[in-house]
Design a protein around this ligand. Structure first.
Ligand code: CDP
Length: 256
């Protein structure tokens, strides 16, 4: 993080026109993949993220099996054309770290003790990246888990808060992430206030940190509402599908 290009103008607006406490536009869709047990697609500003869930299924590698509970194994991956410079395919330190923190956050909400010895596999593919992809990935993954019908305490909304030009700002975009002073991704459950993810890069005062957490809590509430809405839309469509009355009528006629 280098300082310090001017990224907030005199009227308090950021480079993409947002106020300091404003989220980028977020669109969530559940059940976008036919082959996966559960899936979700998230567009978050210029981020595009796909999450797919498989399982609970037999755990591989087998030595990781836990006789008491399921393992939640997340693989976060940025595809080659998701960033400005081509991303070299395959895992690297960053993707291993992000996979780990997302697995841990999800493991906390899934009732893993219901599925001993199994694995719940979560794949997150970043199709287009513009900062905050771990948060968009976690947000998508928990919708995909719910879409897979996996029993869980709650869905996990997540957002990054940060600091630019000595001001606390919500939901950093790429330029703000690159040239800002701090980046604080969080995941806070709205119903209980539990913190499932908190990382920090850069520096903040205690007051700034408290403000950042306040912004994070407010934003997680909004994202949570979008997650629930995505699931509601997904199942509303299924319910609304017209029932084919023809076979039933034919059968009734045949039976006289
Ligand atoms: O994406 P997130 O903010 O969770 O993680 P980050 O490590 O803080 O990365 C911030 C942003 O840098 C990413 O969202 C990408 O837009 C960009 N990035 C990149 O261009 N090339 C990489 N190899 C890694 C990240």
């Amino acid at each position: 993080m280098e300082s310090e290009a001017k990224m907030i103008d005199e009227s308090g607006l950021r480079i993409d026109g947002r106020r300091v406490d404003e989220l980028r536009p977020i669109r969530i869709e559940a059940g976008v993949l036919k082959r996966a047990d559960g899936s979700a697609y998230v567009e978050w500003g210029k981020n595009k993220v796909l999450a797919a869930v498989y399982g609970p299924r037999e755990c591989h590698p087998r030595h990781l099996q836990n006789p008491a509970k399921a393992l939640v194994q997340c693989k976060y991956n940025m595809i080659a054309f998701s960033v400005t410079d081509r991303k070299r395919p395959g895992p690297d330190r960053r993707s291993v770290e992000i996979s780990k923190i997302i697995s841990e956050a999800l493991e906390y909400v899934v009732f893993t003790e219901n599925f001993p010895r199994t694995s719940i596999d979560v794949y997150i593919e970043i199709l287009q990246a513009n900062a905050g992809t771990r948060c968009a990935g976690l947000t998508a993954a928990s919708v995909a888990l719910a879409d897979a019908g996996i029993p869980m305490k709650d869905m996990v909304p997540s957002v990054a808060v940060g600091k630019i030009n000595d001001q606390v700002v919500l939901d950093l975009c790429k330029e703000e992430d690159n040239y800002g002073q701090a980046d604080l991704p969080v995941a806070i459950l709205p119903r209980t206030g539990e913190v499932l993810l908190m990382q920090m890069d850069g520096h903040m005062t205690i007051d700034e940190f408290n403000r950042a957490v306040e912004y994070g809590v407010g934003a997680c509430e909004k994202i949570y509402a979008l997650q629930k809405d995505a699931l509601r839309r997904r199942y509303a469509i299924e319910e609304a599908e017209p029932i084919d009355e023809e076979p039933r009528r034919e059968r009734a006629e045949m039976e006289g």
